[in-house]
Design a protein around this ligand. Sequence first.
Ligand SMILES: C[S@@+](CC[C@H](N)C(=O)[O-])C[C@H]1O[C@@H](n2cnc3c(N)ncnc32)[C@H](O)[C@@H]1O
Length: 210
Amino acid sequence: MRRARTIEALYERVGGIERTVNKMMLELLTGNPKPLRPMFYAVADRTEGKVLVGAEIGTYRGENAKVILNHLPMEMLYLIDPYIRVGHPHRIPEAEGKARRRLKGRTNVTWVRRPAHEAVSLVPDNLDFVYIDGNHEYGAVRRDIQDWWPKVKDGGILGGHNVTLAGVAKAFFEFLQAHPGYRWHVRKLDWWVIKEANRAREMKAKANRH
Ligand SMILES: C[S@@+](CC[C@H](N)C(=O)[O-])C[C@H]1O[C@@H](n2cnc3c(N)ncnc32)[C@H](O)[C@@H]1O
């Protein structure tokens, strides 16, 4: 380890070590090192004591799914992933095995081993949330948003991960342009929009009056 040149640099390093130790303690104590992603705090805020039904598009090794299941009162989580190589670097067969082992014994998950556009008709309507974290290319995200927006219940949330990728951001902001009046958020790598049709109609009418 290099020597810290200033007292500030030293403090910063000590702070970094403290954060790492805290994270390790949390991991040891809870067995749950991964934090809940920002969109799911919004989902939790709107839960109002009810159980939830949602979908994750792109499950990979099941890490995020496990965090969702550990933190939210899920009646059912649909896990959508074709687990076939579609031109990206993830090692898919190994990932599926890991996901299955990680979520073994959970009775509130349904595996849908299909690409997102084929899974739409296999998952019920009126979902509390849909989290898009599959193929992050522009065309794929655009299609996922279009396909899955109607699946979300009024008051539910549609969002996803990796908004710093150009294709994801473009697809999201184009959607917002085409659907004015909906409340939306970007926090850390998550993006999401709250599907409140009445509010959107009111906001649109208000904007047209001015
Ligand atoms: C970034 S990983 C998902 C990571 C996971 N959400 C997590 O945070 O733990 C992307 C996954 O999307 C899947 N995928 C790729 N194209 C897809 C599609 N069209 N529909 C659903 N999943 C897809 C891949 O097989 C891969 O497992």
